[in-house]
Design a protein around this ligand. Structure first.
Ligand code: RB5
Length: 149
């Protein structure tokens, strides 16, 4: 799969490590994130990855900032994005199986590199379960319509 990745200065080292790991798992990485520790603004990267996923340029996305929260909020402002913040591998699997999340987000100041790898593997290997969950995904799109997105 093509995986879009983005991060701010709080997560550069972890992003570079996870980028290599995603490649080891057999995926292609599109790097939209910061590659230095120079202070920058996480909404920029959340939007870039959100647009890459929503447009189909990438199949899925991975976003990392200090907590994973700010960058996921930015991505979720892009129509069609379902980004979920995780700090355990079970949730990382379930956001794909139940929520059809097209972006996994986490915090470099919250999780260590082993846990980050476990979450990424669980997320990328999981599949959307469909069925009753699709009804709820359709409701997300209805909320977007009502919000004028
Ligand atoms: C940057 O200092 C920090 O605020 C950012 O990485 C993130 O944690 C925001 O949600």
């Amino acid at each position: 799969m093509k995986i879009a990745m983005g991060n701010d200065h709080a997560a550069t080292a972890l992003k570079l490590e996870i980028m290599e790991y995603v490649k080891e798992l057999g995926h292609e990485v599109l790097n939209f994130g910061a590659d230095t520790n120079e202070r920058c603004d996480y909404p920029v990267f959340g939007e870039k990855v959100g647009r890459a996923v929503a447009s189909g340029e990438a199949d899925l996305g991975i976003l990392i900032c200090g907590t994973g929260v700010g960058i996921s909020i930015a991505a979720n402002k892009v129509k069609g994005v379902r980004a979920g913040v995780c700090s355990d591998a079970t949730t990382a699997r379930l956001i794909r199986e139940h929520n059809n999340a097209n972006i996994l987000a986490f915090g470099a100041r919250i999780v260590g590199s082993e846990l980050a790898r476990d979450m990424v593997k669980a997320y990328l290997e999981a599949e959307f379960a469909g069925g009753r969950h699709q009804t709820r995904i359709d409701m997300f799109a209805e909320i977007e319509e009502r919000s004028g997105l």
